[in-house]
Design a protein around this ligand. Structure first.
Ligand code: NAP
Length: 494
């Protein structure tokens, strides 16, 4: 990986990536899958050096990093397999009907990579949402070349991962320059990449501010390009009265665990908890307080994230109507996140949009509602979310249909009686959501469907068979599933 290069040295990387893309796009999905499995093998073979670099750069514990590494390896394999076996970039063929009036042409549609993709990763997932993370894997799967803008929070980790990908590119004889990670000075280098005429798409995971800035820049280019930005979210949890009555302590314990997991540094952290203001509520709050008090402050990802946590939390706690329920060890060093929970009435919450902003870290706001109408108003006021959760007894759900519909409108993933912090890598996962959770709610950044973001369809009309991409040839040389004249089949066309 290149070290902090000045802007004027960026161009050759983009040029090489473009040349690599032009060669790479000639290859079949099976050849792309071979590369992806090789990347998985290279990452899997990385040992203590990777984990200790990430530990020292992010303060994340070894067990968490080991798990994240396995997830990252799995992502490459899973996306490679989906590319070849599951029709993730669907192929459609409608054969000609020459004797129809007017004659119907032969039309065949397949996908091609968008071109050079610039990827920005987040600090809180140094493997799974960074250099060799889901955006890089899905862009390569789509047939694109990738330039990764290394995160300033974990440069050594990024360099090790970049080497692993570059080895795999070399070992499998793929075009050199297909992947490059570069460290650039501050925001300027990344912004230069987004504006570069040879760059055709951007993948981003990180803050709302960063994602929105890059989205605006990309839209203002003479040739606008898509920015698939997955950003922050407060992941509201709505507790209904019967569930509170039957399981106040259990729910409080689970909430405390989810809120403080990884020092609260998850994009799916449940930052807002909406609960009924009734006689059962004190049981929930008492247990929540007790549980949170047991969570020792821990070092956050880097001093900048910790400083933002303390500032944003202090600003929020200074708002009208906020009462602190629990704040663990206020004397904790500024580099550490101390779990804090505050309460506010739905009325105050509805009057102040600042209270719905993400405080990245172990901070929870319990919003108490007096009536179902108030709970619905809170849901309607929220912006787009990665997740929304309903905690309820099955029997009470029918009385809250409007609330559930409102939450479905606001979120990419709707959970029932669970907590949102874990994000499974699988075909049915939606990790995205209406703005500002993401810039395009039609797509996911986790699961094989993430590949779709970086590919575009192209139709070939009446084209000679031998000049078609392999996916579209009559003999179906790749043996893939295709929709031929409306039917899904693996058979060849006679
Ligand atoms: P961040 O500060 O936005 O940084 C992400 C990347 O974007 C970094 O490489 C950063 O460059 C770059 N960047 C940020 N602002 C930029 C700008 N104005 N111009 C050019 N480049 C810019 O995010 P973070 O602090 O690493 O991550 C924490 C945030 O990510 C939280 O809000 C969390 O909720 C969110 N997140 C979301 C997801 C998801 O899937 N939705 C997953 C994980 C995290 P530098 O390295 O040079 O600063």
């Amino acid at each position: 990986m290149s070290e902090n290069i000045p802007i004027q040295e960026i161009d050759p990387y983009v040029q090489r990536a473009q040349e690599a893309f032009l060669n790479f796009r000639q290859l079949t999905i099976k050849q792309r899958a071979v590369l992806m499995h090789a990347v998985a093998d290279e990452i899997e073979a990385l040992g203590a050096e990777l984990i200790s670099a990430a530990q020292s750069e992010t303060n994340l514990p070894e067990a968490r990093l080991t798990g994240e590494k396995a997830r990252t390896v799995y992502q490459w394999r899973c996306y490679a397999d989906a590319l070849v076996h599951s029709n993730v970039l669907p192929v459609q063929i409608d054969t000609a009907i020459p004797d129809r009036t007017p004659p119907k042409p032969d039309i065949r549609k397949a996908y091609t990579g968008l071109g050079v993709v610039v990827v920005f990763g987040a600090s809180n997932f140094p493997f799974a949402f960074s250099t060799a993370g889901g955006d890089t894997a899905s862009a390569i799967a789509a047939g694109c070349a990738v330039i990764f803008k290394a995160h300033s929070g974990h440069p050594k980790t990024s360099a090790i991962m970049a080497n692993a990908i570059e080895h795999a590119v070399e070992k499998t004889g793929m075009p050199s320059g297909l992947f490059a990670a570069i460290a650039t000075h501050g925001a300027t280098g990344g912004q230069y990449l987004v504006k570069h005429p040879l760059v055709k798409a951007v993948g981003f995971t990180g803050s709302l501010y960063g994602g929105r800035t890059l989205f605006d820049l990309a839209s203002q280019r003479p040739e606008p390009i898509p920015v698939f930005a997955e950003m922050g979210s407060v992941n509201p949890v709505f507790l209904l009265p019967e569930r509170l009555a039957t399981r106040a302590e259990e729910v409080a314990t689970q909430y405390a665990g989810s809120l403080t997991l990884g020092v609260g540094q998850f994009c799916t952290n449940p930052g807002i908890f909406v609960a009924p203001n009734n006689a059962e509520l004190p049981r929930f709050l008492d247990t929540l307080k007790t549980q949170i008090e047991q969570v020792a402050p821990a070092a956050m990802l880097h001093p900048g994230i910790a400083a933002s946590y303390h500032k944003n939390k202090t600003d929020l706690l200074a708002q009208a109507g906020i009462d602190i329920l629990v704040a663990v060890d206020e004397t904790t060093p500024q580099t550490h996140g101390n779990a804090t929970v505050a309460t506010v009435s739905a009325q105050e919450f509805l009057a102040n949009p600042k209270l719905s902003e993400e405080v990245f870290g172990p901070f929870g706001l319990v919003v108490t509602y007096d009536t179902p109408t108030e709970a619905l108003a809170v849901a309607n006021q929220l912006e787009g979310q990665l997740t929304a959760t309903v905690l309820a007894e099955p029997t009470e759900l029918e009385h809250h249909r409007e609330l559930i519909a409102a939450l479905a409108d606001k979120s990419g993933r709707l959970l029932f009686n669970g907590f949102p912090t874990g994000v499974e890598v699988c075909g049915s996962m939606q990790h995205g959501g209406p703005y500002p959770a993401a810039t395009d709610s039609r797509f996911t950044s986790v699961g094989p469907d993430a590949i779709k973001r970086f590919a575009r369809p192209i139709s070939y009309q009446n084209w000679p068979d031998e000049l078609l991409p392999d996916e579209l040839k009559n003999t179906n040389p790749l043996g893939i599933w295709r929709t031929v004249n409306g039917k899904l089949t693996q058979t060849q066309i006679d």
